[in-house]
Design a protein. Structure first.
Length: 93
């Protein structure tokens, strides 16, 4: 179950509580019966390690040191010079 943080607008009482996704948000302070507001925290998921790049979610127009996919020219895409099969067969006869 996720943990939610609340703070009272009237008495500044702050607390955390575990609630289900289907539960309604709290609206009454348990200390002074004032109005509560839900506090938002940072995201609890952090992607680290190889395979996750800082530039993955950015606009492609921004400057980046990583080349865009499909725009790099690889040496494997050029045909290599190979001996003709007929020439190799006549040399062994």
């Amino acid at each position: 179950m996720p943990t939610y943080a609340y703070a009272c607008k009237d008495c500044s009482h702050a607390f955390e509580i575990q609630q289900s996704f289907s539960d309604n948000s709290l609206s009454v302070c348990p200390e002074c019966s004032g109005n509560l507001r839900k506090k938002f925290n940072s995201v609890g998921v952090v992607f680290k390690g190889s395979g996750f790049y800082r530039t993955d979610s950015r606009d492609t127009k921004s400057t980046s040191t990583v080349p865009a996919a499909g725009k790099s020219e690889s040496p494997a895409s050029t045909p290599a010079a190979a001996p003709a099969p007929a020439a190799a067969a006549s040399a062994t006869s």
